[in-house]
Design a protein around this ligand. Structure first.
Ligand SMILES: C[S@@+](CC[C@H](N)C(=O)[O-])C[C@H]1O[C@@H](n2cnc3c(N)ncnc32)[C@H](O)[C@@H]1O
Length: 303
């Protein structure tokens, strides 16, 4: 009797055991792509730009929010015996990707971007010499420059990053189908048309949450004037899915199941946006989309 009780207990415990902690970074990496060298002159230009004009690589973002996010990612990555996979939507020239690779040796980064920006006419490259500006219109140049930046900024991480060329969320799917992503960082797709942007952010959030409901979903542009529906879209999505939403400043936001549990947050200031999803009283996603169609931003979130 006693033996069978022990056996029963043992089998119950094994039923409760979580699935093996599979490291599927290798599968995800197979879906990424490195550019071949466009030509010798492009290679020279890439290094010259990197060495002499590093300021064009920086996209203005708040370091306060980024430091909080770094610490949250590090807290999760150090608990794992596998890679902690971060997907960055909107890589630009790779500075954030390189930053996360340096945060912890378990972190792997897959970056999704069309890599068609900046162009020779973009304001970002307006200050560099004319002979270098033209390279930005060469096919594959921006992706190749991004690869160079990541290699220079994070030389020890060659096996922990990969790039997917194209527009998210469609382009992200090939990687999402083959392995689990632990964290998403949304920093691309500031479409001028507010209805289109709202649909884009809605589709992105649904795709990433359906892929991994435990994922940390974060991003930039909390108060960007070009994306006025972002805040309400994030709040209503968090409430719908039972997630918490915080922001560290006017730019960086973080969302996930019990996101406030992170010990790393104890040494950073943050603001609750959705602490108890059940108490959310604001507009639904469809109401937010409808408000954009009548050209009104009159739906406000209650204090
Ligand atoms: C603000 S920059 C990203 C900056 C970068 N995260 C960093 O911290 O250095 C925006 C980038 O988003 C990209 N982008 C725009 N729409 C996108 C989409 N739908 N999917 C992926 N990337 C997109 C642009 O090509 C551009 O490189």
């Amino acid at each position: 009797m006693r033996t069978s009780f022990v056996c029963l207990l043992a089998s119950c415990v094994s039923c409760l055991r979580l699935p093996a902690d599979i490291d599927n970074w290798v599968q995800i990496k197979k879906k990424t792509h490195r550019t071949t060298i466009p030509n010798f002159l492009d290679e020279q230009a890439i290094d010259e730009i990197y060495q002499k004009y590093p300021y064009i690589l920086q996209y203005a973002s708040s370091d306060k929010g980024r430091r909080a996010l770094d610490d949250m990612m590090k807290e999760e990555a150090r608990l794992l015996t596998r890679h902690y996979v971060v997907m960055e939507i909107g890589v630009f020239l790779g500075m954030s990707a390189a930053r996360w690779l340096n945060v912890h040796p378990n972190i792997a980064v897959v970056g999704v971007d069309p890599f068609s920006y900046p162009r020779s006419t973009s304001k970002e490259v307006a200050s560099i010499p004319n002979n270098l500006q033209g390279f930005f219109d060469h096919d594959g140049f921006c992706q190749r420059l991004t690869e160079h930046v990541i290699r220079q900024q994070s030389p020890e991480s060659e096996d922990r990053w990969g790039l997917v060329k194209g527009f998210s969320p469609t382009a992200a799917m090939s990687a999402l189908k083959v392995g689990t992503v632990d964290a998403f960082y949304l920093d691309g797709g500031k479409i001028r048309n507010t209805t289109q942007f709202t649909l884009y952010i809605n589709e992105s959030l649904r795709t990433f949450h359906a892929h991994n409901s435990d994922a940390l979903i974060s991003g930039d542009d909390w108060s960007h004037k070009r994306t006025p529906t972002l805040q309400n879209s994030l709040r209503s999505f968090a409430a719908e899915k039972g997630l918490q939403l915080i922001r560290s400043d006017d730019q960086t936001w973080m969302m996930g199941k019990n996101v406030g549990r992170h010990r790393a947050l104890q040494k950073h200031d943050f603001i609750w946006e959705v602490e108890d999803p059940e108490k959310y009283m604001g507009p639904t996603f469809s109401e937010i989309i409808e408000s954009t169609k009548i050209g009104s931003e009159s739906i406000m979130t209650p204090e």
